[in-house]
Ligand binder design. Structure first.
Ligand code: PEP
Ligand code: MN
Length: 333
């Protein structure tokens, strides 16, 4: 349930209400907006004396939220959230493009790729140091050494870095280096990891699980928000369907649906969605056309030799081509 205070209610009145709600044995979260402050009440609200709350002249309205997620819902937070990643804004009309290899392979590779994707207009650099691989015999990532290489690439180009955290044990090291911490599809419902992300001061990129419903996806975001971290970016990366021609199926309808239900920014990963480099550009264009706040694209200087996901990686020049066609879609929408 939400208790929405009238615009311009003074801090003293907000504080009084906070104290009053604090006595009700419920979870109370206060969100101070530019115009209005809103209290989100969690737990059993059935016994609440709504009339007495409504009697307070500073209360504009009381809204019962039907969805199980509250902090992630647009009812709770009508304006788009804009997440700031080391000065790069995402959401609320700010479109960001994250590009780079699936995995960090060497310092030279990261610096070289970072320079090229920056030149073509990428605003953030990606690279996995800890890789969630289906086979234990596949390349698992360079770990801490990979994080150091990412930092070197940031130093060389100024691009903020995005990398995945797969476990609580390695979270601190990743948090120290990364500007945006990715929680991958396979960990979307790793609840202890989500709770750890909720305690982080760094923004989180939460990817949709392979077969997660929209509600489950938003509930996972809710874990992070409920932990106190308001900076969550969602990412649609394709889901499992009956078709096997593409690696996954890009659920394009999820983007406008998220926009209706939530204030959180949502970006699209066409690379993992299709698994084939030739389909990445058209899907990227479609994503922007339906209102995505950005893209995350795999780029490799030599895809045939890539240690992970070469088949879906674009060569840098192909990424340049994608950027110029995406720019046209951005201008059109
Ligand atoms: C990745 O971004 O490299 C990755 C493993 O993505 P996902 O979790 O979406 O499969
Ligand atoms: Mn990958």
């Amino acid at each position: 349930m939400l208790v929405v205070m009238k615009p311009g209610t003074v801090a003293e009145e907000i504080e009084k209400m906070h104290k009053k709600l604090g006595t009700l044995k419920m979870d109370v979260t206060l969100v101070v907006g530019e115009q209005q402050s809103v209290f989100a009440l969690g737990g059993d609200t059935s016994k609440l004396d709504l009339e007495s709350l409504q009697a307070n002249i500073q209360v504009e309205k009381i809204v019962r939220i039907q969805q199980p997620y509250k902090l992630a819902s647009r009812t709770f937070h009508p304006e788009d959230t804009i997440v700031d990643v080391r000065g790069c804004k995402i959401g609320g009309g700010h479109i960001a493009v994250i590009a780079g290899p699936c995995s960090v392979e060497s310092e030279e590779q990261m610096i070289h790729t970072a320079e090229l994707v920056k030149q073509y207009g990428a605003t953030l650099l990606r690279g996995g140091a800890y890789k969630p691989r289906s086979s234990p015999y596949s390349f698992q990532g360079l770990g801490v050494d990979g994080l150091k290489m990412l930092v070197k690439a940031r130093e060389a180009t100024g691009l903020p870095i995005v990398t995945e955290a797969m476990s609580i044990e390695t979270f601190d090291a990743i948090e120290e280096s990364a500007d945006l911490i990715q929680i991958g599809a396979r960990n979307m419902q790793n609840f202890p990891l989500l709770k750890r992300a909720g305690k982080s001061a760094k923004p989180i990129l939460l990817k949709r699980g392979l077969s997660a419903t929209l509600e489950e996806f938003l509930m996972s975001a809710e874990y992070i928000l409920a932990g106190g971290n308001a900076n969550v970016i969602l990412c649609e990366r394709g889901i499992r369907t009956f078709d096997t021609y593409t690696r996954n199926t890009l659920d394009i309808s999820l983007i406008p649906a998220v926009k209706e239900l939530s204030h959180l920014p949502i970006i699209v990963d066409p690379s993992h969605a299709c698994g084939k480099w030739s389909l990445v550009e058209p899907l990227a264009k479609a994503a922007i056309a339906v209102g995505a706040d950005g893209l995350i694209i795999e780029v490799h200087h030599n895809p045939e030799q890539a240690l992970c996901d070469g088949a879906q990686s674009l060569k840098p020049e192909k990424f340049g081509h994608l950027m110029s066609s995406v720019q046209k879609i951005i201008a059109a929408v």
